[in-house]
Design a binder for this molecule. Structure first.
Ligand code: NAD
Ligand code: UDP
Length: 316
């Protein structure tokens, strides 16, 4: 049994990670400031004696004795990370410094939840880890993209300078149950709109692509990365290589929900990447043949069931 700190543990991905770590018999400390996360996401874990919840902001130092740290604290949806961009940068950069300082002091292994956004609007396709990316450093997405790029640099530098045992994963668009109803990301937006019979809002002409990964596949990849060989630090892409346009996604969700919602087109946000697809060769090689096992229709069906129940509870 290990003692494990999960920052951002009350968020969408964090709550699934805490759940899996507890199932494996570990002692889990979940730290969150509830900016985009919620106690509701981890309510079902509260009775477990090996689960501890701490309200704390990762931009402030935090001291605890643990064996491993998963650093997830950071809003991930464009509308949320652009709400207070300075805070987003502080969360990524100061959060990384605080957690790396802690890892150095207590000799813990630390994993960073980085992102495919480090590739920006990529000029090579699919994206391999050795691609340096095409990020607008002063645009409206830069608070997130550059914050995460700086965090990757900090992780590597703490490793090189202080021998901290680091792991970096670059997560591609992930979806599933416990996304916030008002999260603003495309999968939850389309599902909620379809279930409510509201217009499905495609930004731009809908030809831009993303590769969607179901949350269970990501958690498996994350755990394998934390337990990978000592001299493998990443960054490693964790995503599902099956790529879809936003138009295809909207049609798929309409089909699965049987919704009569109309598809409408709204302006494309500034710097919205046109394409995104992970090359997962490195993950397969280093993470014991890891690859996604849940394909889009199956993952969407599970997510639709979740939101259908949630909306039912809200309306009853
Ligand atoms: P989320 O918004 O549901 O979770 C983020 C969590 O971090 C929330 O619980 C939030 O309250 C917490 N948080 C934010 N700022 C904090 C702070 N200053 N101190 C403490 N807690 C704070 O998003 P998610 O999708 O679960 O993302 C989790 C992590 O994975 C993020 O670091 C994100 O950048 C990364 N990621 C996610 C995706 C994806 O598609 N979901 C893709 C790439 C990277
Ligand atoms: N998008 C959309 N309608 C929405 C929300 C998002 O068409 O209601 C588009 C968005 O412009 C982007 C894609 O869906 O091209 C994925 O957006 P999301 O915010 O989920 O993730 P990210 O852009 O960070 O990959």
């Amino acid at each position: 049994m290990k003692r494990i700190l999960v920052t951002g543990g009350a968020g969408f991905i964090g709550s699934h990670l805490c759940e899996r770590l507890l199932e494996q018999g570990h002692d889990v400390i979940c730290m969150d400031n509830y900016f985009t996360g919620a106690k509701q996401n981890i309510k079902h874990l509260m009775d477990n004696h090996y689960f501890e919840l701490v309200r704390h902001d990762v931009t402030h130092p935090y001291f605890v004795e643990v064996d491993e740290i998963y650093n997830l604290a950071c809003p991930a949806s464009p509308i949320h990370y652009q709400y207070n961009p300075i805070k987003t940068i502080k969360t990524s950069v100061m959060g990384a410094i605080n957690m790396l300082g802690l890892a150095k002091r207590i000799k813990a292994k630390i994993l960073q939840a980085s992102t495919s956004e480090v590739y920006g609007d990529p000029l090579i396709h699919p994206q391999t880890e050795d691609y340096w990316g095409n990020v607008n450093p002063i645009g409206i997405r830069s608070c997130y993209d550059e914050g995460k790029r700086c965090a990757e640099s900090l992780f590597l530098n703490y490793h090189r300078q202080n021998e901290v045992n680091i792991k970096i994963i670059r997560i591609f668009n992930t979806y599933g149950p416990r996304m916030n109803l008002n999260d603003g990301r495309v999968v939850s937006n389309f599902i909620v709109q379809a279930l409510k019979g509201e217009n499905i809002t495609i930004f731009g002409n809908g030809t831009q692509t993303r590769s969607f990964q179901y949350v269970d596949d990501l958690i498996e990849g994350m755990l394998r990365m934390m337990n990978s060989r000592d001299d493998f630090h990443g960054p490693v892409n964790i995503g599902n290589p099956n790529e879809f346009s936003m138009l295809e996604l909207a049609e798929e969700i309409k089909d699965l929900t049987g919704s009569k919602s109309k598809i409408i087109f709204e302006p494309l946000p500034e710097d919205d990447p046109t394409q995104r697809q992970p090359d997962i060769t490195l993950a397969k090689k280093e993470l014991n043949n890891w690859e996604p096992t849940v394909q889009l229709r199956e993952g969407l069906s599970k997510t639709i069931t979740y939101f259908d129940d949630l909306l039912g509870k809200i309306n009853s």
